[in-house]
Write a protein that binds this ligand. Structure first.
Ligand code: HAM
Length: 418
């Protein structure tokens, strides 16, 4: 037997209706905030992610599903969506339609991580990106959107962790300083960190190794290198959040796994999750559009894990079942099957949900199946009905049966009080 690949999951019918619920809340939520959906291809050129996310990040060095296709192109299944959305924004010149572009997405992503609760190799994210505004109110709009989304789903114990990683100017100064600080410890560092030391020492702050964490405790802090504008930007973000009564904690140690951030970064965590407690993450990335070949364009966004949301919601949502079909149709003789299909089509066009018996069951077995499916009405077509151009309508709850003419059946069903 061939089983699914490690770290991937099937979403079976008794689970998929929970996805539908979240998806429908999400689409109307995004519409309320004026965001339009963007869908990008499942794979992109590898270079987009290497350049966009950063060559020394865990995602790019260890986690991407990449291959060379038959035409010799280096391709990668998308591990995140910000870089593809930026690519599409530049390629289709979306800036020409509007000075500010608000986009959102819901998609499947791929990272070859070590699977555990809340961490899989194929997972889904919803998220939003706003292009065109450098102002703190854009950061706050993004944070508020996702924070209020969780609140609307009934989350009470979520924590918004906020940080600023400064502008490019500040990060350049900080990088030099960090380099000088780390140099004497070089021999104590792991092979990965030695490589990062050469290419991007800021990435070492993301280490999971204990002795490196100890070293980093005494490293210079980025906030000491903020420019005046960095400080006032961060202060404004905080003060608008306070005005909106959105609680937050400042977390100067928060390191995001992607290199493109500048200024505001944030995560929302939930105690209802295990070790992988980040429901979502995001921040400002004012240089990415230019880095990927577009005109300099400030931008900010977030992405949130769908599976993590559903894990955390499991404790909140009572188990709900999918909507049952309304009508079950059974043909008791083979020559009735064409009529069964015709009536089903007509009913569906009129807005009813319908299933038909596909196993040519006996009347008793078919009605048992209709009950199992929670159908409200069964329609039966036997020899007599076929000969008289009629149908037999059975209300499942009361057991009441009515013979009606084929031509009147839509009116009859519509008049029923179910
Ligand atoms: P990220 O922090 O890598 O950010 O991912 C965002 C969220 O996706 C995480 O907080 C988590 O909920 C979920 N997630 C990530 N990896 C996995 C996994 N292996 N299994 C299950 N869920 C996972 C980004 O992807 C950025 N593109 C966010 C962003 C948008 N920044 C600006 N705009």
């Amino acid at each position: 037997m061939i089983r699914s690949v490690k770290g991937t999951h099937d979403i079976l019918p008794d689970e998929s209706h929970r996805w539908h619920k979240i998806e429908s809340v999400l689409h109307s939520f995004m519409q309320q905030y004026g965001y339009n959906e963007i869908r990008t291809p499942a794979f992109e050129k590898t270079e987009l992610f290497a350049r966009g996310i950063g060559t020394e990040t865990d995602i790019v060095t260890k986690e991407m599903y990449s291959w060379i296709d038959q035409g010799g192109e280096k391709l990668t299944l998308k591990p995140e969506l910000t870089a593809p959305v930026v690519r599409a924004y530049i390629q289709h010149n979306l800036a020409s339609n509007s000075a500010v572009n608000r986009l959102y997405y819901l998609d499947a992503l791929f990272r070859r991580e070590r699977p555990q609760k809340g961490r899989t190799r194929q997972f889904h994210q919803f998220g939003a990106e706003v292009f065109g505004s450098e102002h703190p109110e854009a950061d706050v709009e993004i944070i508020t959107l996702v924070y209020n989304f969780y609140k609307s789903l009934g989350f009470k114990k979520i924590t918004l962790r906020l940080n600023s990683v400064g502008s490019v100017e500040c990060r350049e100064k900080y990088r030099k300083e960090l380099y000088s600080f780390l140099k004497p410890f070089l021999t104590d560092l792991s092979e990965t960190s030695k490589l990062r030391f050469q290419k991007n020492p800021l990435r070492i702050l993301d280490t999971k190794i204990e002795n490196e964490k100890e070293i980093i405790k005494n490293a210079p802090k980025i906030n000491n290198f903020f420019t005046k504008d960095d400080v006032s930007h961060f202060e404004s973000v905080k003060s608008i959040l306070r005005e909106l009564e959105i609680p937050f904690t400042i977390d100067p140690q928060m390191v995001r796994g992607l290199d493109y951030y500048s200024r505001t970064t944030f995560e929302i965590t939930s105690k209802e999750l295990g070790a992988q407690d980040a429901l979502c993450g995001g921040g400002r990335y004012d240089n990415l559009v230019e880095m990927l070949g577009g005109k300099p364009t400030p931008a900010v966004g977030f992405a949130a894990g769908m599976e993590r949301l559903l894990i955390a919601l499991k404790t909140k949502l009572s188990k709900s079942t999918p909507e049952p079909v309304q009508i079950y149709i059974v043909g008791l003789i083979p020559s009735a099957q064409a009529q069964v299909q015709k009536i089903a089509s007509e009913l569906r066009v009129n807005g009813w949900s319908v299933i038909t018996d596909l196993l040519r069951r006996s009347l008793k077995a078919a009605l048992r199946d209709a009950n199992r499916k929670n159908a409200k009405i069964s329609i039966i077509i036997g020899e007599e009905e076929l000969a008289k151009n009629g149908i037999l309508v059975k209300i499942m709850k009361s057991g009441e049966q009515t013979k009606i003419l084929r031509k009147n059946f839509i009116n009859h069903l519509t008049s029923l009080d179910l």
